[in-house]
Design a binder for this molecule. Structure first.
Ligand code: NAG
Ligand code: NAG
Ligand code: NAG
Ligand code: NAG
Ligand code: NAG
Ligand code: NAG
Ligand code: NAG
Ligand code: ZN
Length: 910
């Protein structure tokens, strides 16, 4: 697919204006969180030599009892589990959906103990033998001690079994339990998803175990390093099909409690972590590949039959082949299932052999979906499949090393996607997305180092907060350059290092790779390097968005880095130099009348600033010969505002997609900060110039963005046409975001209600998503308030979409104050109903505070923080901390730059 493909996204961005926040949020947050949740995995860090940074496994605990610590003791190892589960797809007399199950685990004692501590959360135990909830027997002729007592530690999510004698080292035992749990709609553990087909309600039982929810489905040693083999059996209604990590071995009819059921047994899994388990019971259908590996795409019958799974099936095989070759290891399982679920919190999850997706991440409809939707699908699939090796086969020992899994998967996902769609320039796009995303978060003092100590990440909350931008994007940037080495048998530092030194192995190192890399991995943040071409002085400084922010986290390296400075002088003369100290004089940086450009292709994870004279030379160069310089300059993210605005002028000549997207992304910040101020008018006027000059960028969205009259007429005309004939939507897929948004903004209740009906009726996830966004654009406060009420009513808007919808509404200038009041007023209800960890709240808080840039807003945020601290609610604390810091930075930025921006814009229009 050609360039047009890319254009669709910036359009999306440009035109949304108000919706930019939302789009960005969706794309960045959903990339991040989505991938994350779907994807966390573990990597045997052990093989990497990284362990040196991990503290010994001592957790300061409120008490010394082993069951009060969050980490499992090191006394027992699971070998294999036999688990049978029976989810009920209809509610019981109390209206509750439940599942029942039995589970046995073979465990080996490796240190003497008279305690068995096993994870269990929200399960009720139904087996009672002499008042105990478990049965212990010896395996291989061993005899087992008697159980004295069993009890539950809710805080640490343990079931504790006290024995009358010690277990013997080297001996194995069988621990058996029976239990029941709720198949609730909370999108975690063993949960239910619902949809309607031909007017009939269908219920799906499915799972999301990562990070710590396998313990909600059955009792297990729920830590990534506690790998075991799982023998799974599922009991399910006759009309349904059951899937799990392993291939189905066979299905038989059985009768339990007078109910006719099917019982499906599965091939035992590889030895694997609990968080990668998955099972799905549904009436889904599939399409299948005839190729060697058994590749199947599953989903709602209607979606599969209308061909929405075809694209996924087309790209899966090439991507799997690509990774087999990349990792030099064949895909270890006999099948690869991918399932699209109507309700799914993250974007996708890399369960081994049974990858689960949000429908939008797996389904693509050639007639209705946009190019951006397609790119999203292929990147997500590649990310998940990359985990089949890195993460699933090789797994991190503990969650503090999540960044290795996610960073690598994010990085190689672009390689895999690029292989499947070689004409899309996906790798360049990735640099843009990831660098900008990581640079923004990592410039906060509330950021964190890539690698945390093992004892800093203990509780489920702490673990889920790790699924953030730093974890996903920072490594993937550092690895952006070809890593010629194979991950599985080499040193991780080498990969990261390759990135930093631009992949040139001939470069002489000033220190060991480890010494260099520790500075990048163990300290948060990154430097801005200032080059003075008049004197040849180069210096580095920790880059902070809010320059006066106080860095409280100590660093062993004093926030100095070993910075590889690649440079180019007037287009020909190139070189590389290590900056090892705070400042240094380096003769070649003295340039006379040549321009100097550093950090070529943004291969290094740092920003660059120059003396004003060199900036002038670069800008002149950019306007005369932009071909060579555009990407580099934009990606370097210029810090001086006037300069940044000036670089946008060259866009008038630019025909490529990437520089546009980059510039537009930078401009978005301007809109966020200024769309409620007097700068907004001149900003629109100035963009209008681009609109006139840039016919290759979609004129409609530009026009709408800049308030051209014709825009609203055209979009309303299209939308009206659609309203007259709802079965035939005349709006081109790539323009839907713009058209829906603008038509609904210009229209009234009729337009809104029609959009809502179409949203409720839509059977294509990508389409529903666009409507969800478009509906947020109305200018009617009462419609926005009604929409807000819908967002937290799961009968109206799926829980998986609630945070996105609210964030979209807050992107609307009129909606923003409404959202803030709404969220504050409903805080209790929202926290109760959307209790899925920091995932939802992080997304929500970050999204709705994006525009915050006044003292008043800052005070409100601080109040929220205090209220939360005073309640028992502990989610989203990191997100609030970051929002507060960003708001402070925004206040500062606006006060410093508003006048400058206003002046510049006014000058341009005269
Ligand atoms: C890594 O794991 C292997 C096998 O479990 C073990 O023999 C080795 O000592 C471990 N290495 C480190 C550095 O912990
Ligand atoms: C667990 O299940 C496997 C496979 O069905 C079976 O061979 C094994 O005997 C079971 N183990 C125990 C202890 O019941
Ligand atoms: C588990 O027990 C608690 C307390 O009796 C009860 O409220 C809950 O509904 C039970 N859950 C299930 C799934 O039976
Ligand atoms: C899938 O591949 C087939 C065969 O190459 C092609 O005809 C079809 O258009 C592709 N479908 C999609 C949605 O890309
Ligand atoms: C790939 O793996 C094979 C077998 O393990 C090994 O012989 C070969 O050297 C590997 N190739 C590369 C490029 O590492
Ligand atoms: C280089 O510039 C920095 C920052 O302006 C200054 O502190 C330092 O003294 C200069 N170093 C040299 C060698 O001139
Ligand atoms: C930004 O650069 C321009 C031109 O070089 C200069 O006039 C202005 O003072 C700079 N502003 C800041 C805040 O450094
Ligand atoms: Zn992942």
């Amino acid at each position: 697919m050609g360039k047009g493909f890319y254009i669709s996204r910036p359009l999306g961005f440009v035109l949304c204006g108000l919706g930019i926040v939302a789009m960005l949020t969706i794309f960045s947050l959903s990339v991040v969180y989505t991938k994350e949740k779907r994807k966390n995995q573990v990597t045997a860090i052990n093989e990497t030599g990284m362990v040196t940074t991990a503290a010994p496994h001592t957790t300061p605990a409120p008490s010394n009892e082993p069951w009060d610590k969050y980490r499992l003791p090191d006394t027992l190892l699971p070998e294999y589990y036999n688990v049978t589960l029976w989810p009920r797809l209809v509610p019981d007399e109390q209206g509750m959906y439940i599942f029942t199950g039995t589970s046995g685990v073979a465990l080996t004692c490796i240190k003497e103990t008279n305690l068995i501590i096993i994870h269990s959360n929200k399960l009720n135990y139904t087996l009672t033998l002499e008042n105990h909830h478990a049965k212990l027997t010896g395996l291989g002729g061993t005899s087992a001690p008697a159980i004295l007592k069993t009890w539950f530690q809710t805080q640490t999510q343990f079931m504790v079994i006290l024995l009358n004698e010690k277990l013997e080292v080297g001996k194995s035992y069988w621990l058996y339990m029976e239990f029941r749990g709720e198949l609730s709609d909370d999108l975690a553990g063993f949960y239910r998803s619902q949809y309607t087909e031909n007017g009939v309600k269908k219920v799906v039982a499915t799972t999301q175990m990562q990070a710590t929810a396998a313990r909600n489905a059955f009792p297990c040693f729920d830590e990534p390093s506690m790998k075991a083999v799982f023998h799974l059996t599922l009991q399910h209604p006759p009309e349904t099909v059951a899937l799990a990590n392993g291939m189905e071995l066979g299905t038989e009819s059985i009768t339990i409690e007078d109910k006719k059921l099917l019982q499906t047994r599965f091939k035992p899994t590889e030895k694997m972590s609990t968080y990668l388990l998955a099972f799905v019971i549904s009436e889904f259908t599939k399409i299948q590949s005839s190729e060697k590996t058994n590749i199947r795409i599953w989903g709602r019958k209607e979606a599969i039959e209308s061909g929405q799974g075809d694209y996924a099936l087309n790209v899966t095989f090439p991507i799997l082949k690509y990774f087999e070759n990349y990792y030099n290891t064949t895909y270890p399982l006999s099948k690869s299932d991918q399932v699209a679920l109507p309700d799914f919190a993250a974007g996708a999850m890399e369960n081994w052999g049974l990858v689960t997706y949000r429908e939008q991440s797996l389904f693509y409809d050639p007639k209705e979906s946009s190019n951006g939707d397609k790119e999203w699908v292929v990147t997500v699939i590649a990310h998940e499949l990359a985990h089949m090796w890195f993460g699933n086969l090789v797994t991190m020992r503990w969650w503090n090393d999540l960044w290795l899994n996610e960073g690598f998967a994010s990085y190689v996902s672009y390689l895999g996607a690029d292989y499947a769609e070689p004409t899309w320039n996906i790798k360049d796009l990735m640099v843009l997305q990831q660098v900008q995303r990581a640079f923004a978060v990592d410039a906060l003092v509330s950021s964190h180092p890539l690698s945390s100590r093992e004892d800093e990440v203990i509780t489920p909350d702490q673990i889920s907060q790790l699924f953030d931008t730093i974890t996903y994007s920072k490594v993937s940037i550092m690895c952006q350059r070809q890593l010629e080495i194979t991950l599985l048998n080499s040193d991780i530092y080498q990969c990261l290092f390759n990135a930093v030194v631009s992949g040139d192995s001939r470069i002489q190192l000033p220190a060991s790779i480890k010494e260099i890399m520790n500075r990048w991995i163990l300290q948060m943040g990154y430097p801005v390097v200032t080059i003075d071409t008049r004197t040849g002085n180069i210096s580095q400084q920790h880059f902070l968005i809010h320059p006066e922010a106080v860095v409280e986290k100590p660093s062993d390296y004093n926030y100095e880095w070993f910075v590889p400075i690649t440079w180019m002088k007037s287009g020909s003369n190139m070189g590389q130099h290590w900056l090892l100290t705070k400042t240094a004089l380096y003769e070649p940086m003295k340039t006379g009348t040549d321009w100097l450009l550093a950090n070529l292709n943004v291969m290094g994870y740092y920003r660059v600033n120059y003396d004003p004279q060199n900036w002038e030379r670069l800008l002149t160069q950019l306007t005369t010969d932009h071909k060579n310089l555009n990407m580099i300059i934009h990606r370097a993210q210029i810090i001086n505002i006037t300069l940044a605005l000036r670089t946008t002028k060259y866009l008038l000549k630019e025909k490529e997609y990437i520089p546009w997207e980059s510039a537009i992304r930078n401009l978005q910040y301007f809109f966020l900060m200024f769309d409620r101020t007097e700068v907004y008018g001149p900003l629109q006027v100035s963009l209008f110039t681009y609109y006139k000059k840039s016919n290759q960028i979609n004129a409609i969205s530009m026009a709408c963005r800049t308030g051209v009259k014709g825009c609203s007429e055209l979009t309303r005309m299209w939308y009206r046409q659609w309203m007259k004939n709802p079965d035939s939507n005349p709006i081109p897929p790539n323009l839907k975001n713009t058209v829906y948004c603008n038509a609904i903004a210009a229209g009234g209740v009729e337009e809104w209600d029609f959009g809502w009906q179409m949203f409720k009726k839509s059977t294509i996830a990508a389409e529903a998503e666009k409507l969800l966004y478009g509906l947020s654009c109305t200018k009617e406060p009462w419609l926005l308030n009604r929409y807000l009420e819908f967002t937290i009513d799961p009968k109206q808007v799926r829980k998986q979409d609630a945070a996105f919808a609210i964030v979209y509404i807050s992107g609307n200038v009129i909606g923003q104050p409404l959202v803030w009041d709404f969220v504050r007023a409903k805080w209790e209800q929202i926290t109760k109903d959307y209790d899925d960890g920091s995932f939802f709240f992080g997304r929500l808080i970050q999204g709705i505070t994006k525009k915050f840039s006044t003292e008043f807003e800052l005070k409100q945020l601080q109040r929220l923080k205090e209220d939360i601290a005073a309640s028992s609610f502990s989610f989203g604390t990191q997100a609030i901390e970051q929002a507060i810091e960003k708001t402070k930075a925004n206040i500062k930025w606006v006060s410093k730059n508003k006048a400058q921006v206003m002046n510049w814009l006014t000058e341009q229009s005269t």
